[in-house]
Design a binder for this molecule. Sequence first.
Ligand code: SF4
Length: 491
Amino acid sequence: MKGLDAVKRAVEDAGVKIITCVPGYPITETADAVGAEISVNEKVALEIALGASATGAQAMVLTKQLGMNLLADPLVISATHTIGSGLVVLVGDDIGPKGSQAEMDSRAFGPLAELPVLDPRDPAALYASIIEAYQVSESLRIPAIVRVTPRLLSATGADVSPVPSRGSGQEYERISWNLTVKGRHQRHHREVLPSAEAASEATPLNRVLISPEAKTGIIASGFPASLAEGLGASILAVAYAHPLPWKLIRSFIDDHSRVLVAEEPEPFIESQLRMEPKVRGKLSGRLPLGLLERSDLVRALGSLENEPETRPRISEAGSSYESIAGRGYTGICDDCPFMPLYRALAKVDAPVAGDAGCAIRATREPYESVDLVYGLGSAVGVASGFRRRGIAVIGDFGLAHSGLQGLINAAWRKQEVYVVLLKNGVAAMTGGQEAPDLTRLVEALAPTSYISLPAPESEIEKALRAGLERPGVSVLVVEGRCARADAGRGD
Ligand code: SF4
């Protein structure tokens, strides 16, 4: 069974009724497999799930790691607000990023939101973790987070015995409104977190493999636990990255003379054990930051007795930064209809803010026509802050995701910004999913003109120069059909 199949079966066996998502690597394929409904952004995806949970339906949200930043607001509030039926946020961390603007460790949302985070090691554990996450979520009336990674989703493992665990259909109860915000937080600490801690200690998903002769132990979280097997060391594979099973960890450390912490991408657990002199890992330079390979563990075990290095290693090579030249990058497709626009943008003298759609591909040679990309939907807000008149380049999915708020703000605050909306009707970077047509809304907010592609580069350049002369907020809608939209990019 592959990791992706494990998610599908767990969703069926848990009786999940509502599944929402925002596509993005590495969860796009999984979201398709479970029939998730696309939302404009992750915050809305979680809000829909919260509403479903409140009215008795088990719900799931699928998001990539960067989406956690957007849904953090209702997530943090939901912990002490309480929910109805079970709700699981399945987050895909793009480790050693292939399709993301930042490498992030979503396990950090555990302590931030004070919610449980399960970090399964293989497909069977992934299935069981989702089932357990629903049980914990429903019994404690809080969302639970399950973290997956690309290698876990594509890994093949043993089949599982189904553990059907249908939800009770419980609805939200108004108990939390009797308490102040402080009182809810106090209740969360006194009643909820101890139960989550007990679940973390007692779950059969913790795996302890003791090698009788081994003086070295490996504490592992997530997929690296699979890499740690057969290396001669004892293993403690924790099921919960938060809250951690501290009693188990204490006893495991006491039973070994040296302990290596295998986790990715960040030293999330190791940093909590930093004052423990036996513990080594990424912080002590024994393992590289980011993605781990089995060879990294072998090398680390061989040097564990040495004095600790003082700094984390950034890579296997130890000193060089991964470069675009070395790795290569995906540029604008050769048959992209928007190519003349990117060429024209490079000719006008104005700062250009893009968003995390295909515009990000125009940041480098041969175009170098987009200067800044601070994330999906960010272009209009960023360009509004330019101290000289600049351009925001945003796709129609980016506009729906969160860019519209930037446009509303620009119109409201009477800012100086020229917006170029790439209207192709799809989220091109993530597989050609449908994007809503918001041009009527845009027209209501700002003077709007249109260019349909194909059009000569000179005509687009002329329109850009005219737009930059126009005071206030205005929008140029550039309409074209993504050449990959019908085939689907799938990244
Ligand atoms: S995916 Fe579509 S919109 Fe993006 S660069 Fe390629 S053709 Fe253009």
